[in-house]
Write a protein that binds this ligand. Structure first.
Ligand SMILES: Nc1ncnc2c1ncn2[C@@H]1O[C@H](COP(=O)(O)OP(=O)(O)OP(=O)(O)O)[C@@H](O)[C@H]1O
Length: 119
C-alpha cells in the first residue's frame, strides 16, 4: 500500500514537472496561456455567470491540454525520425488537427458567451 502511495506521489511530481516544462519552454503553450489570461480578464470585465466561467475554463483547459499532447507527439516524432518523412508529416498534421478541433470548440464557446455583449 505504501508503495502504491509513493508511486502516486512520484507521478504527481513528474506531472507538475511536465506542467512547468510546458509553461517555460513551449511557445505555443505560453501564447495560449496568454490568450487564456486575456479571456479571464474579459470574464472579470463582463462579470460572467458561473456557468459561463465554467465553460470558459473548460475551453481554455481543452485547448491547453490538446496543445500539450500535440507538443508531446511532435517531440516523439522529432526524436524517432528527425529527417523528413511523409508519414511523420502526416502524424504531425493530424496531431495539429486535434488542436484545431479544440480551438474551433473554444471559438464557438467564446461566440456564445461574448456574442450577446457585442450585439
Ligand atoms: N520530419 C518531418 N517530415 C515531414 N514533415 C514534417 C517533418 N517535420 C515537420 N513536418 C511538417 O511541418 C509541419 C510543422 O511541423 P513542426 O514540427 O515545425 O510543428 P509546428 O506546428 O511548427 O509546431 P511548433 O511551432 O510547436 O514547433 C508539420 O505539421 C508537418 O506537416
Amino acid at each position: 500500500m505504501s508503495g502504491f502511495i509513493i508511486g502516486r506521489i512520484k507521478s504527481i511530481k513528474y506531472a507538475i514537472k511536465g506542467f512547468f516544462l510546458l509553461l517555460t519552454t513551449e511557445n505555443a503553450i505560453i501564447s495560449q496561456v496568454f490568450i487564456g489570461l486575456i479571456f479571464t480578464g474579459l470574464g472579470i470585465y463582463f462579470d460572467l455567470s458561473r456557468v459561463d466561467w465554467a465553460l470558459q475554463f473548460l475551453a481554455i483547459g481543452l485547448v491547453l491540454s490538446i496543445e500539450s499532447l500535440n507538443t508531446a507527439v511532435e517531440k516523439i516524432c522529432d526524436f524517432i525520425h528527425p529527417e523528413y518523412h511523409t508519414k511523420i508529416g502526416f502524424i504531425k498534421d493530424v496531431a495539429s488537427g486535434a488542436v484545431t478541433f479544440a480551438a474551433l470548440t473554444a471559438f464557438a464557446i467564446a461566440i456564445l458567451i461574448y456574442g450577446p455583449y457585442l450585439a
